[in-house]
Design a protein. Sequence first.
Length: 353
Amino acid sequence: MAATTAAGKEIRLSGSSIAGVAACIPSQRIGNDYFVEKFGEAAVRDVVKMIGVQERRWSAPNVSTGDLCLLAGKRLLAGLDWDPASVDAIIFVSQTPNYRLPATACELQSGLGLPTHCIAFDINLGCSGYPYALWLASSMISSGSVRRVLLAVGDVSSKMADPDDRATGLLFGDTGTVTAVQADDGAEPAHFILGTDGAGAANLIVPEGGFKTYPAAMDARMNGKNPCRLYMDGGEIFNFTLRSVPPLVQRTVEFAGHDRDSYDAFLFHQANLFMLKHLIKKSGLAADKAPINIDRYGNTSSASIPLLMLTEMREALLTDRRRLAMFGFGVGYSWASAAMAVGPLKCAELIEA
C-alpha cells in the first residue's frame, strides 16, 4: 500500500522483520582537546556547546567504511548462525564507499563469503540512509524475490570533513553497521515515509572530486573553503530540519496507527545536540523516549540510527519486542521514517576495530 502526502511517499509493508544488528566502531577516540591547538580553547568550547560532541571515533587512514562493515557483518552472521549461502542480497548504503568503482557491496559479498547468486549493489545516501535501506529490504522481501537481506550502512565521514573547518571538523565520527532483515510472515506491518527536496543540495556538499564540479566560485559562502572537503551551511540545515522533521514525526505516528505512548523509542539521526533538543521539544516527545549518543560517537551519518539501537537499547532489544519510530534527515535534502516493531533480536553486537 502506498500513498502520497505532504510528508512524502507513504508505504505500508508486511512480511519482514529485523533479525539482528551489528556495528563496528574504530578504537581511536578523539576528544575535544585534540582540536584546541588548531582552533583555540574558546572556539572549541563554543562549537561543542552547539553540537554536543565530547568524543568521536575516527578510523585509521587505511580503514574504510567497507572494512568496518565487513567486521560487523562477520560478527552478525556468526551471531545469527546464518549460513552465508542463505543470504539473497547485500546492499551497501554510504556516501564514503571504498572506491568510485567497483561497488563496495561487491567486495562485501566476497569478503563475507556470500554466494555468487547474491544480489549486491550500492546506494549513495547519507543521513536518511537507514530508513531508506529498511524500506528497500522490506520491499524486496515483500515482492517474494528474496528472503534474507543484509544492509551494510555506514560512513567514515571524518575522512571527508574539512579539518580546517570547525563546523564539520569537530562534528563527525565513523561507524560501519550491518542489519539482517528476514522474511517473517508473523511480523507486524512496517510503515515508511520517504521524501526528497534536491533544491537544498548545495547546503551540504563536497563541491569537487566527482565527475561534475559544483561552481563554488559563484557561491560566496564557499570562499576560502576546501572544495574537495565537505561544506555545510549549518543555518540552512537547521531550518530545513525544524521545518520538515516535526511534521514527519506527526504524520508517521498517524500513518502507523499507534499513539505516541505506545512507542518505546523515537530514534533520530544524531545530527547535533542543539538540533536534537529542538526536534524533540517541537515534536512534543518525552526526552526519555528519544535517546542520544552523539556526545560519545559524534554524527555518524547513515549509521547513527542502528548505532543508537546498540548503544542505548541493546539489552531491551535482545530480550523483548519494542515499538520504534526512526527518523533520518539531512544531506540531499533527503528524509525518511520507519515505524516498526523490533525484537527480540537474535544478535545485537557492538565491536571495536
